[in-house]
Design a protein around this ligand. Sequence first.
Ligand SMILES: Nc1ncnc2c1ncn2[C@@H]1O[C@H](COP(=O)(O)OP(=O)(O)OP(=O)(O)O)[C@@H](O)[C@H]1O
Ligand SMILES: [Zn+2]
Ligand SMILES: [Zn+2]
Length: 805
Amino acid sequence: MIKQFAEVIVDVPAMQTNQPYTYSIPTELINQVFPGMRVIVPFGNRKVLGFAINISEKEPDVSFALKDIEEVLDLTPVLNTELLQLANWLAQWTFSFKISCLQVMLPAAMRASYSKTIKLTSTEISPAVQKLFGDKNEIPFDTKTLTASAFKELSKLKRANQAEVLYQVRDRAKAKKVTAIQGCLSSDQLASARETLRANAAKSFQMLDYLTTLGLEQVTLKKAMQDSDLSAAQFTSAEKKGWLVKTKVEKYRDPYREAVIEQSQPKQLKPAQLTAVERINQAITDHQKSVFLLQGVTGSGKTEVYLQTIATALEKGQTALMLVPEISLTPQMVRRVKGRFGSRVAVLHSGLSEGEKYDEWRRIERHEAQVVVGARSAVFAPLEDIGIIIMDEEHETSYKQEDMPEYNARDVAIKRGEWHNCPVVLGSATPSLESRARAQKGVYEWLRLDERINGQPLPEVNLVDMRQALKTAPALDISAPLLSAIEQRLAQNEQVVLMLNRRGYSSFLMCRECGFVLKCPNCDISLTLHMDSRSMKCHYCGHEEAIPRTCPSCQSKKIRYYGTGTEKVEKELQELLPTAKILRMDVDTTRRKGAHAKILQQFGSKEANILLGTQMIAKGLDFPDVTLVGVLNADTSLSLPNFRSAERTFQLLTQVSGRAGRAEKTGEVLIQTFNPEHYAIQLAKNQNYEKFFGIEMNMRHRGGYPPYFFTTQIVVSGGSEAAVAKKIFGINGQLQKVLSPQAVILGPTPKPIMRINNQFYYQLVIKYKKEPKLEQFLEELLLSSQKDAARNLKVKIDRDPVDFV
Ligand SMILES: Nc1ncnc2c1ncn2[C@@H]1O[C@H](COP(=O)(O)OP(=O)(O)OP(=O)(O)O)[C@@H](O)[C@H]1O
Ligand SMILES: [Zn+2]
Ligand SMILES: [Zn+2]
């Protein structure tokens, strides 16, 4: 009789060690548990989800009795060897717990859901408690369903040993099932059934006719009803007569079910595109794990390069992974890829329901989809034999995850490229400084598309100096030159895109008498006015309250709105241009599922002439009639006190400018700014990435910032400011001993927004080139942070933070 043991990484957030726990495999599960499967195991007094990562037949040398694995959730491993190894690397690289890394790779539906119940163990209970239980002796035990006093009462019961608390784990991953029918009569039997019918049994004849055409094929009931024009009741009665059987079959939830997608053919490549495609194809054929930087101006046809190299991988029987930022994963983008590769494409993005994501994941895992298009977490798609990995808009900060594991999808993509020996293509019009510098050094291979497909120059960009323009502006946010440019475009029946870098009606409310600003009670931030809900909201914690009529501090009525927002601009614009049709796109108008797609579709079909939005509209849009792009406020991103603010501003302005003049008509861009001399704005005007790169690299060199230095940020947070400060200063002291004199520590300081949701945040940033002891120090800090978690102190370690201030 063989014995088997499993090493399991368990899902117990408060007890993480990164070490697996060993369980024995009970006889009935022998040879059924493999690495990469999800299991349920006992842990303390409860049951938790875990991942089997290693199976062995050697009994471990321990002095206590091993517990048995309770249940196996999967028939085949949900994480293969590659992904299991990737999780190990990820945990180490991002200073994260392995369980977080394993879970981040799977769709949310495959994470377990836990629930607690309370069960009576004594009969001597008070009438009040009896009432809570009713006629049951086990009820759900959580603060969501119980009132505070009931919860307290039951906790008392538990302490008195009159009840026990039980923990349940549930697998939320469920396949959707629909009813299907299958005929079960042979043609002879069908014929004799016909003879038993009365002549006027028209529907029964119709049913037999249908079953005759169907043969022994299985179809969904829905389709059968459509094809036969018979009702569900008639199928039920046919089932009773023994003419057919009903079964449940699995059905994918397909988010694009309704979409009619036109098939598209590969385009004849322009010379620069051809060079890029040939070079990448070569790398696919040679199984070269090289990284390419595809630097191509907006509208230069980068997407076509992606599509044609994906086609090459597919021809070779391999698969392809294409990452795009969440906000450019528009229906337009999906249509372009699905138009080329049809049902071989799986799409993964946050707009899908949990069930839809799970189904797309399974289509990939079952090799039914060979091309994956998706946002950040799609980098973990369970593709096998990957031939090419593409990352569009590689400079985008949304590729970095802010919660544990704090990974950058770019690093993960390159790691997967190494495993699969395949090329990775990083594409952008405005590459991150890091990537562009690596291309310079030859670490990445540099490919360039310097011209637009339409042969037209990039749109002309002009600046409006708001310091002057404001004096004669027709509205607070719209200068006279911008207004007349819009009017002119509308008169020509062309379209306009306007970008504003903020949402809400206006930024904040201030009393002109005493200067009082209405702030969130939980966070150190002012509340934002929202006209649609007529309330003041906190964008950090969601706190909402009524708009005050008088100043809460001095009772004056002179309380005014300051700043600007999409809602306010929409109103101003509509007043200036009463006949214009304006679509607004921001977090508020796109919250509902499908709203984003609908707005773009309306704009595309020219139901509106102006699309006004936040940075959401800066990327990926390809509308031929857009000839004017206006930037209402270029400065918001410049004023952020952060070493990347110039880079951010330059990227954003270049991206949004690129939306103009993409087809035959020439485009124009107007940028309103209070800082017309700033180099980021000047160079965005000239659309000179290379010069910007030169100047910015110089600044980074002098300031000792990336890409010249590595950075790691440590953030401590918690409910007590004193405890948080003490902890971060303690870490600072230890770091002083570990680091060489060449390293620099910025801080510790409170974060710019020190308090969010009543948690205090302190940080420090380490800048360094080579610190051999740092890695181990941070690993130990991660493990010891478990003890702090018990005291409500969180320590977050972030390698290469995208931003810090
Ligand atoms: N070889 C080609 N021949 C004709 N049209 C092309 C060709 N390549 C691309 N196009 C078209 O040119 C337009 C711009 O191309 P695409 O959107 O791929 O550019 P891009 O570089 O990805 O743009 P951006 O970075 O601005 O989003 C698209 O409408 C696309 O269909
Ligand atoms: Zn708040
Ligand atoms: Zn006041």
